[in-house]
Design a protein around this ligand. Sequence first.
Ligand SMILES: Nc1ncnc2c1ncn2[C@@H]1O[C@H](COP(=O)(O)OP(=O)(O)OP(=O)(O)O)[C@@H](O)[C@H]1O
Ligand SMILES: [Mg+2]
Length: 436
Amino acid sequence: MSELYKKGDVIGGKFEVLGTLGKGGFGVVYLTRERGHRDPCALKSFRDEFLADGKVREAFKKEALLWVNLGEHPFILSARWVEVFSGRLFVQMDYVAPDSEGRTSLADHLAKGNRALDPDQTLEWGIQFCFGLEHASAHGVKCHRDINPRNILITQERTLKIADFGLAAAAELAWRSMGSQGQSLVTGGAEQGFGLSLLKTDGRCWCGTPGYIPPEVYRHGSADICSDIYSFGLVLWQMSTGSNSPPFLVPYRGDIEGFLRGVYRQQLTCRLPPVPEPLCRIVERCVKPDPTERYQHFGELRGDLARIFRDRTGIPVQVPEVGEPSALFWGKKGGSLLGLGRYEDAIGCLDKVLAIDPRDATAWGNKGVALAALGRLEMRLGATTGPWRLIPNRRRFGATRAMLLMDPAVARRRLPATIRLWLWIRHPRLLGTTRV
Ligand SMILES: Nc1ncnc2c1ncn2[C@@H]1O[C@H](COP(=O)(O)OP(=O)(O)OP(=O)(O)O)[C@@H](O)[C@H]1O
Ligand SMILES: [Mg+2]
């Protein structure tokens, strides 16, 4: 996929592009800075051809929202919102800056391929990974589906962050809807490592990162948490041995179907190449061909990793503190849902912002927009007149939007050109709804 934006461009009128962080199977990740904000953030865009069909587009957004819904967790890369700019879908993520050696992902830490990671570090990252996926499971993620070292980012403080929740499932939905038209589309390669690829085997369209696909997913496509355990077992093997590629690979000569079949056979019939202690038995159990013989959830795997970590270091593993989501989180999520036309859900989130900070003008503004879209005039009136006095002068612009939208008669007479323009760009439907 080619880059659509270059340094200096502005996305959606507010994100200045500072550079490109990389390209994956499904899009480009840009480093950007939101106007008026100090910290940079990462914006991930998606292949346009996937999103041409309206139904697929909606399904894609829904899957991407699963990631946003995970909120803030110390071991999950936070996705802030999903939004459409200029007809393109974007996910905003926290930016992970490279360390002093230019490494951002676990793949970068393994890139040299000749030195095992320090066992205590492997255990610590293994435990962090489990905590992250336990949190995701508890928040409705059935399965990540694309566990591999490129989707595990490592911050400068050496904290692990899992990325790309929901995207493999979303890509698969999109691929199925257009699969009859194409052949497999493989990203990356055996040397540099494969990316999430669109696969077509025996007429079935599915997605996965070659080399990390569990046998049951190759066989019939259905994946669950035990499939994630398998893929993570391969990653643990890489960390323990220092290999930059997973075990069970066969030579790749451009025939992806043959390659996947070969890997599958190896997974079923070959012994896992030796894993040094202390992780030997744990990794072997993760990559059992039969899912029922693996760990059945990440809590169970974490228990074993934590026991070894404690025995080696004397340090007990603490359950990370996961605070209540902040007003910022609810505000961003509410804004995302509003942009996606899910007005009721947006109002639920915006009410949470207002419970924390009743003076948040943007939340009032967005709530006004959502209520206007639903045609709930009387509620809109009740919702925004009360706290009007509380909102400081400098923040009244956002709230003005809500006030004017509350009463179509007022809006018709007095809507300023700037607000009219804002609505025209961001919520063209509302212009019709409120007959502004
Ligand atoms: N939030 C982020 N902060 C910093 N770098 C990032 C961030 N997200 C992604 N990257 C980098 O951008 C590149 C592309 O990421 P992307 O997720 O699109 O592809 P990938 O993970 O390499 O492959 P896949 O398509 O299988 O996910 C990667 O090198 C990744 O390290
Ligand atoms: Mg990725």
